[in-house]
Ligand binder design. Structure first.
Ligand SMILES: *Cc1c(COP(=O)(O)O)cnc(C)c1O
Length: 399
């Protein structure tokens, strides 16, 4: 997945083009910029790649989630259902709007379980956020059916699944709104950056205004723009967009390398009967950003994770013991630690976290190892890594 691996001449050219021209800002300066519109070009490329009518670049993936929710009118006191296995950005983005994150269990896809989603719905529920973790996806038809039945918005965080598809649709374009991140570890990078994609024109217009102080972008004199509603600054710069523009041109190349390396790892690990793989829903194709597999129990997974580190098999994660991605280690959320006072409504809304069990998620996450698929490995390196992994796993399982 890592964007930090492959960038060079093309990225440099695009950035230099912005620097030579001198307009680092994406809006305005129409006369000075002599036709340079990197952000707009990247938005057009995103619309084409992800087959949606609209794309709005923002400053990060976290910003994309906040902007997506805000654009659809999610705000104070609304509940947003999200998975217990994700990245901390998910609840941050929800809480920024004064909304309440309602964490639910994942299933064997490692995304939200549609049954858990349905159980968590209350009169306050506004949206369901599916996080397409580690290059794959949830049972989208079943989740969509729950959303349709209850009139809920479906937001897709596809930050880790750029290039994956579900029944022919690019991930991110399946729900009402999709979110991407182009931070330094994602499949394509712009250094920092993100995007919201949607087919809904109103959400798009809201995202466009909201991410730039509510300015209406009427397109002649910035100072005469009106403000149909309050906004914020989640803008991307032309420099970041320039890097992203070079990277999106290379996306097919990156995805092909990912798939090739993933396939070698997976085929080699398949030799071990005790190793099973995450379920990819029917009609889904992963982006191959990670290889996720299950081991027989927690102890074996912990030992394998430790042995991988000792033997130089890097970039493999046991999320059960990882502070970033799983509810077990989110002390700052479950025991709410904030720099500033948080509304009583949110505090009360989060009370359930003190007692709620996530045993179904534990069942999957405790046994899961997730290995990043890198792009810079040579074929020999991947093969060597794969056999080393098999050796380690077999030794631990048969100990
Ligand atoms: C990276 C990531 C984000 C946040 O993206 P940033 O650009 O780093 O803010 C959100 N959700 C998921 C699942 C991510 O992996």
């Amino acid at each position: 997945m890592p964007g930090f691996e492959l960038f060079g001449e093309l990225e440099r050219q695009e950035v230099n083009d912005v620097l030579d021209n001198g307009v680092l800002m994406r809006y305005g300066f129409d006369g000075m910029r002599k036709g340079h519109w990197k952000s707009k070009e990247l938005e057009t490329a995103l619309q084409q790649s992800f087959k949606t009518k609209h794309a709005q670049l923002v400053s990060s993936g976290t910003a994309a989630v906040s902007v997506a929710l805000a654009s659809a009118g999610v705000g104070a006191g609304d509940e947003v259902i999200m998975p217990a296995f994700t990245f901390v950005a998910s609840f941050e983005a929800i809480m920024l709007l004064g909304a309440i994150p309602v964490l639910v269990d994942i299933d064997d896809t490692l995304a939200v379980d549609p049954k858990a989603v349905e159980k968590a719905i209350t009169p306050k529920t506004k949206a369901v956020m599916v996080v397409q973790m580690c290059g794959s996806m949830g049972n989208m038809d079943a989740i969509q059916a729950v959303c349709d039945k209850h009139g809920l918005l479906l937001v897709e965080d596809a930050c880790q699944a750029i290039g994956g598809t579900y029944k022919g649709k690019p991930l991110g374009s399946v729900g009402d709104l999709g979110c991407f991140s182009f931070d330094f570890v994602k499949t394509i990078t712009s250094g920092e950056g993100g995007a919201v994609i949607t087919n809904n024109e109103m959400y798009y217009t809201h995202a466009d205004h909201y991410s730039d102080h509510g300015h209406d972008h009427i397109g002649y004199d910035r100072g005469l723009e009106t403000h149909p509603f309050l906004g914020y600054n989640f803008r991307i710069s032309e420099l970041h967009a320039a890097v992203g523009l070079a990277q999106i041109k290379r996306l097919p190349e990156f995805l092909a390398i990912q798939k090739k390396n993933y396939t070698i790892l997976r085929e080699t690990l398949s030799q071990i009967p005790e190793v099973t793989f995450r379920t990819v829903p029917e009609g889904g194709e992963e982006s191959y950003a990670f290889l996720n597999f299950f081991l027989p129990d927690l102890k074996i997974a912990q030992d394998v994770s430790k042995a991988f580190k000792q033997h130089g098999v890097d970039a493999c994660f046991h999320y059960y013991d990882n502070n970033w991605h799983y509810i077990r280690k989110w002390e700052h959320l479950t025991n709410l630690k904030s720099l500033f006072p948080i509304s009583e409504e949110i505090k009360k809304g989060l009370d359930y976290l003190k007692t709620k069990s996530f045993s179904q998620s534990d069942y999957y996450i405790a046994r899961n190892i997730s290995c990043l698929v890198k792009l810079s490995w040579t074929e020999d390196e991947v093969k060597e890594r794969a056999s080393k992994m098999v050796e380690i796993i077999k030794e631990i399982i048969h100990a």
